[in-house]
Design a protein around this ligand. Structure first.
Ligand code: HAM
Length: 411
């Protein structure tokens, strides 16, 4: 990385550090080399990272200890936390780290064998507010850079409810055995959750059981609180019930933050809760939750968004007829107060032409108000872009509109 490219990476790292520090997160420095076993026990034997992507070698000591270049930061932070005795003496801790990670992957746009992560790990907080705070941190970062990113959240449940979900996925996989790809045949018995990661047949995965339908009451309530707090904090998000993550330690909340500017490697930030990990690595039963940003991917998203200097509206507002015009004007002003970019389209053209115009502008949503909607105090909201939006068009009451748009994901 040379010159301007290196500089964009520094901008991303510096800003992430500033925001983490504003959330009272302290720095931790962790080694590049760890025992291979650490990753096998945490990232998971069946994860792609451990199965295929690690750079490992035997040390020249007598035991020929197997070492690995770190593919991610979380296990090293947990190990350091336990070794310092903090899990017992002072369990509530918040750390950030920044530095290179190594994965033997096929390089492509946004995917490198050496890349940088900026990560945050919080220990000793089992509450949903802490998960929401992580997403708020990422949202602050996104807003500062004026980046459009989609926040996708899900819950994978815990040791109480996950077994039932696993069993349901196993049944579903066996039922669809003949349609599954070769990799999925292996995933099925070893870790059926990975079936949802299938890149070959994403359509088939859409019919798989959803973890949210299997949550026990405490996990469901945890997830609802995360959702409620995201709405309170104006963090736009979508629920993605297929989000399973590629590492094994996750419990309850998981999330990925996706950019449409990075090509197929679209996750720029990812993370979630890992309540059993400290204990699994020999520490006390302490909760954990965190995320890691892919610094180069964010730099790429930033570069591209700067280059195209985003001016597309979040909302193209369509008033059909004189009657709806005043209401539409009021609504536009209200939406702008929520930091949304709103363009009111000419009331003098027909719906078809206006929808074409909204598409051409690259608007994220079209909001349509005609006489019929006006009489009932509602508007039609049509999603023009989202890849994972749960809806294409739906009717929303005018009172709820700003909240709904912010909630289902506009910048
Ligand atoms: P991960 O999803 O494996 O999670 O990686 C996090 C981020 O690192 C990805 O979203 C992506 O932006 C970036 N990344 C991963 N692999 C590459 C690559 N080959 N080239 C460029 N960027 C890459 C973790 O690593 C977890 N430790 C996150 C976490 C922290 N969960 C809880 N705490």
């Amino acid at each position: 990385m040379i010159g301007a490219d290196a500089h964009v990476v520094s901008i991303v790292e510096d800003l992430a550090r500033q925001i983490a520090e504003r959330h009272a997160v302290k720095e931790i420095r962790i080694p590049l080399l760890e025992r291979l076993e650490l990753y096998q026990r945490s990232s998971g034997e069946t994860s792609d990272v451990v199965e295929k992507q690690m750079y490992t070698f035997a040390d020249r000591d007598e035991a020929e200890t197997l070492l690995a270049l770190r593919p991610e930061g979380t296990p090293g932070v947990v190990r350091a936390y336990i070794e310092a005795g903090l899990d017992r003496s002072d369990p509530e801790q918040r750390f950030y780290y920044s530095g290179p990670m190594f994965r033997r992957e096929r390089p492509q746009k946004g995917r490198f064998r050496q890349f940088h992560q900026f990560g945050v790990e919080i220990f000793g907080r089992a509450d949903a507010a802490c998960d929401a705070e992580l997403l708020v941190m990422i949202d602050e970062f996104r807003r500062k850079l004026d980046l459009y990113l989609e926040f996708q959240v899900n819950s994978l449940g815990d040791e109480q409810c996950r077994p039932a979900y696993r069993a349901a996925l196993l049944d579903w996989g066996r039922e669809h055995l003949s349609e599954l790809c070769e990799d999925c045949h292996q995933r099925l018995e070893r870790n059926p959750l990975r079936l949802l990661d299938c890149k070959t047949d994403a359509k088939l995965a859409a019919s798989a059981p959803k973890s949210l339908d299997y949550l026990c009451d405490p996990c469901a309530s945890h997830f609802h609180t995360v959702e409620r707090l995201l709405v309170e904090a104006d963090v736009p998000y979508v629920v993605n019930p297929r989000l399973v993550r590629g590492l094994d330690y996750y419990t309850r909340t998981t999330f990925e933050v996706v950019s449409n500017a990075v090509g197929s490697q679209s996750a720029v930030v990812a993370g979630g809760r890992y309540d059993g990990l400290v204990e699994a690595l020999g520490g006390a039963a302490v909760a954990g939750t965190g995320f890691a940003m892919g610094v180069e991917r964010l730099a790429l998203a930033l570069d591209l968004s700067r280059a195209s200097s985003r001016h597309e509206p979040d909302v193209a507002l369509i008033a059909l007829g004189e009657g709806a015009l005043g209401t539409a004007m009021r609504l536009a002003a209200k939406l702008r107060r929520f930091d949304l970019r709103v363009e009111m389209l000419s009331p003098e053209r027909g719906l078809k032409a206006l929808m074409r115009r909204a598409d051409k502008l690259g608007a994220r949503y079209a909001i349509i108000i005609g006489d019929n909607e006006l009489a009932r105090g509602v508007a039609q909201v049509r999603d023009l872009r989202a890849t994972t939006a749960p809806i294409k068009q739906r009717e929303v009451s005018l009172d709820e509109l700003p909240d709904v748009i912010v909630r289902i994901g506009a910048p």
